[in-house]
Design a binder for this molecule. Sequence first.
Ligand code: PEP
Length: 251
Amino acid sequence: MRKNIVAGNWKMNKNLQEGIALAKELNETLAADKPNCDVVICTPFIHLASVTPIVDKAVIGVGAENCADKVSGAYTGEVSAEMVASTGAEYVILGHSERRAYYHETVEILEEKVKLALANNLKPIFCIGEVLEEREANKQNEVVATQLASVFSLSAEDFSKIILAYEPVWAIGTGKTATAEQAQEIHAFIRSLIADKYGKEVAENTSILYGGSCKPSNAKELFANPDVDGGLIGGAALKVVDFKGIIDAFK
Ligand code: PEP
């Protein structure tokens, strides 16, 4: 059966000392009160090697927020999937809307990144989602179908290692959340696309997270939907009390 997962995306927040303190506090909090779901924190690259040894791997997985689309070599400033994995990290967010929009990551680039992540035993948290104009034009299904198709070149075995995150761009960091009905509707549609491509079993085993202004006050209602298997959390992952409030939606 698929897993329920709450994953934090720290984005470009917290210097190294602050990040270590946040990870320690989360680790202590979850040691005292075990979660009923998988918990992941995705941190800036420079935090990874310091954060992985201080969290209990059985309770908190660590991931990067990106990786390079090249194996190695003369790509100044880039960080490869192999480098990420060498820190002990197990996950990597790929295709976040901020990377697609601000760093022009195309479907071709993302396909390469996903393949390299998998080749290095990282679990990609692959993000898809429409912008406001697309939602207003009722094009959300078309958009997520196209974005998802960029990883449909994978074998069923490889696709099974991917976690999906549906993140409507109009809900990220805006305080606007998709309603529980909107989330369920599009998550069910995404699962049907996976079933059409890889069959029902793969579809049923794929975790599809919701992301976009998720907070303790709305997490329970969102996660109660049969096709919403947890959340990818931005702002609310930066405070343990908020992140824990979301994790506790599974209690
Ligand atoms: C995100 O960036 O993945 C996200 C969901 O952000 P927020 O929770 O702040 O909307």
